[in-house]
Each structure stands twice: as C-alpha cells, then as structure tokens.
Design a protein around this ligand. Structure first.
Ligand code: NAP
Length: 289
C-alpha cells in the first residue's frame, strides 16, 4: 500500500499520540501515520500539547480512552515515569519514558531513545562508542538515554557538561551505578578542552531548537575532522553544531536520524511489526525541502 493512500477512520480505529509541550514542531505524526498507512494498519497518530500540570490527567485520559499507546516528549519524559502502571527495566534505569504501551488497560513505560541514539551513532560510525572518549552536553531525559547508550556501547570515558551543574553531577552518579568506567563533570571554563579531547560529541540539550538554531552549547571552534558529532536536536534547518561539524569534515548525524530510529522501535512495540524504516525516514527527510 502506498503512503499517500488514506485509510478511513472508523469506530475501530486505534489511537496513538504524542504528548509534549510544545509539540507543534513534532514530526512524529507525519512519520507514524505514513508508516501506518503504508502497512494498512487501522490506527491514527495525533499530537497533544499538554502542560506539565496536566500531564497526570492526560495520561489517565490515555488509559480511560483506551489508547493503543503514546509517545511522551519534552518536557515530560521524567515526570511520566511516576504515572505508568509499570516500567520496562531500561526506562526504569534511565528514569525517563518516551513510549507508552497500553497492555490490556495497564500502561507500560518504555525508553526507545537509548536504542535510537545507538543506531544513529552506528549509522555514521560503525564502531559506535566502543573504547571512545565521549562528551555529552545536557543532563535531561535525552542525556540520560545517551549516557545509558554510551555505557551499553562500551565507551571508555564519559564527560558531562550541563548549564545546571548539579544535574550533571546527578547524571554522572547515575552513570557510575549503571557501570560507567569513568564519568566526570566538566564546568563551562573547561568545556572547550574537553570537546577537543573527546572522540564523540553529543548535544543532548534543547539548544539548537527553534530560535536557538544558530547557537551551540558545544563550542563549534573546537570541532575537528576526527570528531563524531551527534546532535539530538532536529528542526526545519540544520543546527549550528551540525553545519559546523559537516564543514569541518566530522562524521555527523542530526536529530532526524535518531528520531526515526527511536520511532521505529516505538512502532514495533505498539504494532508487533517491524516498522517500515525507509517510509518513516523519507517522510521526515521531505520536511523543510
Ligand atoms: P529536558 O529534559 O527538558 O532537558 C533539556 C536540557 O537542555 C537540559 O540539560 C537543560 O539544561 C538544557 N538546556 C535547555 N536550555 C538551555 C540553554 N539555553 N543553555 C544551555 N542548556 C540548556 O529535555 P530532553 O528530553 O532531555 O531533550 C533535550 C533535547 O533533545 C530536545 O531538543 C529534544 O527535542 C531532543 N531529543 C531528540 C530526540 C531525537 O530522537 N532526535 C530524542 C530525545 C530528545 P538545564 O538542566 O540547565 O535546564
């Protein structure tokens, strides 16, 4: 079935959604609806802008309305862990939920960002994190998934920078519990040197999104061709970090690649079928062209 063929919505149509704030820029409805149509699955994926104070009510609504599942995005991923009936072990470890599956009325929280990040990294750097020194900017839900992924991928050393230093320390403490060989916090004054010394640089802050598209937490003058750069942020145009990394000849992957990888895993959890990856990828690659 072609991705342009619309299925009729009926009383049997199953419901999926992304819950976030803001959510107007989300490419998830485009990607998932393209995949559902392509596979002829009678389901529809919507987007709901939900304020943090309303998250608990919204999650109860998923349960009450019999949603098939949902994605949870910025800024709710950590708060959502307290609202699930149970958590997959990886979501529990990371402390963040990005995918909800309604299993016979019980909401189970998963985290597909870890796998999405690792797949995106492997797409530009087949060795992945094995033996690498890694600098991660950010300490929110996405950064926690990245750090868990880097540890699972065999990183040698992880350095974390965050605007709010206490959150970086909390993330490093968690990383040590998760089995990190070495995790340390770097302050702003030492960020440039830490970036120069790292093999893999990851932006897991929200800087680069929307109005901050021309800003970068990782100093772009430190970028070199030996770096592998992963920016989790995606939007209508490439971020300053991605543009600068490409210009310096670094292996670079932007947030759209990880977006598709994490979405494909969410889709598999809901439908029980492998996602049509290329259909999802081409639906988001067309945006902004
Ligand atoms: P979050 O929990 O709200 O964390 C936001 C992070 O960004 C925090 O570390 C925060 O620092 C930092 N930050 C925000 N504004 C900043 C500024 N002006 N200067 C410096 N640091 C700033 O969000 P999240 O869920 O981790 O998501 C982070 C980003 O990753 C978002 O852009 C999200 O869209 C993206 N993401 C993409 C994918 C994908 O598939 N491509 C998946 C997950 C997330 P403080 O702690 O100091 O506030």
């Amino acid at each position: 079935m072609s991705d342009s063929c619309a299925l009729p919505v009926s009383a049997q149509t199953r419901l999926l959604a992304v819950i976030g704030h803001p959510v107007g820029h989300s490419l998830s409805p485009l990607m998932h609806n393209a995949a559902l149509r392509y596979q002829g699955i009678d389901a529809i994926y919507l987007a709901f802008d939900v304020l943090p104070d309303e998250l608990a009510v919204a999650v109860d609504g998923l349960r009450a309305l019999g949603f098939w599942g949902a994605n949870i995005t910025l800024p709710h991923k950590e708060q959502a862990t307290d609202l699930m009936d149970s958590l997959d072990p990886l979501a529990e470890r990371v402390g963040a939920v990005n995918t909800v599956v309604n299993e016979h009325g019980r909401l189970v929280g998963y985290n597909t960002d870890v796998q999405g990040f690792l797949e995106a990294l492997h797409a530009v750097h087949p060795r992945g994190a094995t033996g690498a020194g890694c600098l991660v900017a950010g300490a929110g839900g996405a950064a926690r998934a990245v750090v868990a992924g880097l540890i699972a991928g065999g990183a040698r050393e992880i350095t974390v920078f965050n605007r709010t230093s206490s959150r970086a320390h909390a993330l490093c403490a968690a990383a040590s519990r998760w089995g990190a060989g070495s995790c340390r916090v770097v302050e702003r004054g030492d960020l440039g040197r830490a970036a120069e010394e790292a093999d893999i640089l990851v932006n897991a802050t929200s800087v680069g999104l929307g109005v901050s598209v021309k800003e970068s937490v990782i100093p772009v003058d430190t970028l070199r061709s030996h770096h592998v750069v992963v920016d989790l942020v995606y939007g209508m145009e490439p971020t300053l970090l991605v543009k600068s990394a490409v210009a310096r000849g670094a292996a670079t992957v932007d947030g759209k690649r990880m977006l598709v990888s994490q979405a494909a895993e969410s889709y598999r959890l809901w439908t029980g079928k492998p996602a049509p990856f290329e259909v999802m990828r081409s639906s988001v690659e067309r945006v902004g062209r």
